[in-house]
Design a protein around this ligand. Structure first.
Ligand code: DQA
Length: 154
């Protein structure tokens, strides 16, 4: 009999408020790719990199806290907190409380937008932050999370 294979690492792909409208919301900022397409692409990249990707989205702060807590049983998080990045101490504390490395993604270049988007209260507890690379940023973030899981980068 074959020896049992070690479980593959699992990464949570988590999206916050209004990101369910990707593809339809303000295409000049966010492009035309839908969230379903993003989830498909990131899951396919995960399969290539040897990790399982679990996808979730919520428009509610408490539900997002619960999703971040669910990553206590996972190995990494790719997280676009949406507008909550700019003011949610609860989400910052949730990310800080979870050992799994978390990388923040913003589809748009928040630094080229209104001043209130230039501050992220969540970014200081993240293991990296990507802004302005469009939906490709999610794939970049997954690559970084996987390299953190495997110990290739710190
Ligand atoms: O909802 C969003 C989307 C966003 O997180 C982004 O992906 O660019 C940037 C936030 O400022 C905004 O509130």
């Amino acid at each position: 009999m074959d020896a049992p294979r070690a479980a593959r690492p699992t990464v949570l792909l988590l999206n916050g408020p209004n990101l369910n409208l990707l593809g339809e919301r303000d295409p000049a900022q966010y492009g035309s790719t839908t969230l379903a397409d993003v989830e498909k692409r990131v899951s396919a990249l995960g399969a290539e990199l040897g990790v399982d990707v679990v996808c979730a989205q919520s428009n509610h702060e408490g539900a997002l806290v619960d999703h971040v807590h669910s990553a206590r049983a996972m190995d990494g998080i790719v997280f676009n907190p949406g507008a909550y990045a700019h003011y949610s101490i609860a989400l910052r504390d949730a990310v800080d409380a979870v050992a799994a490395p978390c990388v923040e993604v913003h589809v748009s270049n928040v630094y080229a937008r209104e001043p209130f988007r230039h501050t992220s209260v969540t970014a200081p507890v993240m293991r990296g932050s990507i802004s302005g690379c469009g939906v490709h940023g999610y794939e970049l973030a997954l690559r970084h999370v996987v390299s953190l899981i495997s110990g290739e980068s710190r």
